[in-house]
Design a protein around this ligand. Structure first.
Ligand code: MG
Length: 230
């Protein structure tokens, strides 16, 4: 009998190539709104945007700021730095960015074949994501992933974000599983892996770049390696 019956998957940068898709969407946004009027190049804009975006996600994860503040400030901030103080414009960029991003469909290598194989073996598959509810379903649908999943658990619906134990408690309940039946796969060590393990759920760290691979036995750099743990 298989060790696990349920797999929990993080979505962004575990199955859906967030880094690539977001970068593409920002480039489209830059063109569409002619942001070269304010920034010397796309890279100039991106170098102001990205560190701020990461910082804001940290604050959002800690519950310090709202989703609305994050969405607006990540565009307001680079604009302010080039002397553009226009909240309405920042809001337009924010809305448009998400609208463009959900049309991007690049997946992590082997995501689909791994999910096909898991479905063929009748595993119960659950998405566990801290991403915005407005966009996660569209991302799943547009990239052809939605049909693989029996259960979708989004932090905005739960009211708690990974790594909060109450998030995992809810995810187990919604998937009708107990801790020993589940293995989680995620790319964010602190949020996904530490969170799951603290709750007693086994977890595989998807360390896509293989950077800083130490000798942690439960680290994978290719999604196909999952099968070795099932
Ligand atoms: Mg992720």
């Amino acid at each position: 009998m298989a060790r696990y019956t349920h797999l929990f998957f993080d979505l962004d940068d575990t199955l859906w190539d967030f880094r690539y898709n977001a970068h593409e969407a920002l480039m489209d946004l830059f063109e569409k709104h002619q942001l070269h009027r304010y920034f010397t190049s796309f890279d100039h804009f991106y170098q102001l945007y990205e560190p701020k975006n990461l910082e804001l996600w940290g604050l959002y994860g800690a519950g310090t700021i709202t989703k609305e503040f994050l969405s607006l400030e990540r565009f307001s901030y680079p604009l302010r730095l080039v002397g553009v103080h226009n909240k309405a414009f920042a809001r337009l960029l924010s809305t448009d960015f998400l609208a463009i991003m959900i049309t991007k469909t690049k997946l992590i290598p082997h995501a689909q074949e791994v999910l096909d194989e898991l479905r063929a073996h009748a595993y119960h598959l659950t998405i566990v994501s801290n991403g915005f509810r407005d966009v996660q379903y569209d991302k799943l649908r547009n990239s052809g992933l939605l049909h693989y999943f029996d259960t979708i658990v989004l932090s905005q619906e739960v009211g708690f974000m990974k790594p909060d134990p109450r998030f995992f408690e809810h995810a187990l309940e919604k998937s009708a599983a107990n801790v020993s039946q589940v293995i989680l796969v995620g790319d964010n060590y602190e949020v996904d892996i530490v969170g799951a393990r603290q709750f007693g759920i086994d977890a595989l760290h998807f360390n896509r770049n293989g950077s800083s691979i130490d000798n942690k036995p439960q680290t994978i750099i290719n999604l196909k390696e999952i099968f070795a743990f099932l």
